[in-house]
Design a protein around this ligand. Structure first.
Ligand code: GRF
Length: 199
């Protein structure tokens, strides 16, 4: 199973996936890391781990589809089986998503369908929720929407600040993303409508 990780930022989830592979928990080949951000630390992490790291500059393209064509070329070169979005701050077009139907995973730092979007941890914290969490889901044509694979809750304590909540959420992300990828790689996920059954 060859996977590509798409990341725009720090890449702590990428690091967790690399670690899970190194520990023997994940039996996958992390073949490619793609970023739309030249300065993404994820690219450095990939290089340090000996993984092919590719920056594709969206500014070079007039249309999103052209940018995605470039991504597809890189994916095809490596014969990628699974795309793992890990803090990739771009919406993929419906045609891209359809092309890799049920082969794209995303992690979201809230309990979907609550708090979609790019500031989920802060939005949940500001809302005053007592419970939030992490969701790993298949990607479909709508943002933060596809069938849910794993979801775990995090309690928000009165003494939590935004920073302590962020750190709890990230810790949980780093645990459950490798778990979800492992279930996919083991062929144990069956999508039935909106439900994902785990064999
Ligand atoms: C994570 O919180 C993830 O849930 C969200 O973007 C963040 C990426 O963090 N989609 P990192 O780059 O993996 O550290």
């Amino acid at each position: 199973m060859k996977i590509a990780v798409f990341a725009s930022g720090k890449g702590t989830n990428l690091a967790a996936i690399i670690k899970a592979k190194d520990k023997g928990f994940l039996d996958v080949d992390i073949s490619l890391v793609i970023s739309d951000n030249k300065k993404a630390f994820a690219l450095k992490r990939a290089q340090r781990a000996g993984i092919k790291a590719v920056f594709i500059d969206p500014v070079r393209f007039l249309e999103r589809e052209e940018f995605e064509q470039e991504i597809i070329k890189a994916l095809e070169q490596e014969a990628i089986d699974l795309i793992v979005l890990a803090g990739f701050m771009r919406i993929l077009s419906p045609s891209f998503v359809n092309r890799f139907q049920n082969k794209i995973l995303n992690i979201h730092p809230a309990l979907l369908p609550a708090f979609k979007g790019a500031h989920a941890i802060k939005d949940a914290f500001d809302y005053g929720v007592k419970v939030t969490g992490v969701t790993v889901h298949f990607v479909d044509e709508n943002m933060d929407h596809g069938p849910i694979i794993l979801q775990k809750a995090v309690a928000v304590d009165e003494k939590d600040s935004l920073e302590t909540l962020e750190s709890k959420i990230h810790k949980l992300e780093h645990k459950i993303y490798p778990e979800a990828i492992r279930l996919f790689a083991q062929g144990r996920l069956k999508i039935e409508g909106r439900r994902v059954k785990i064999a």
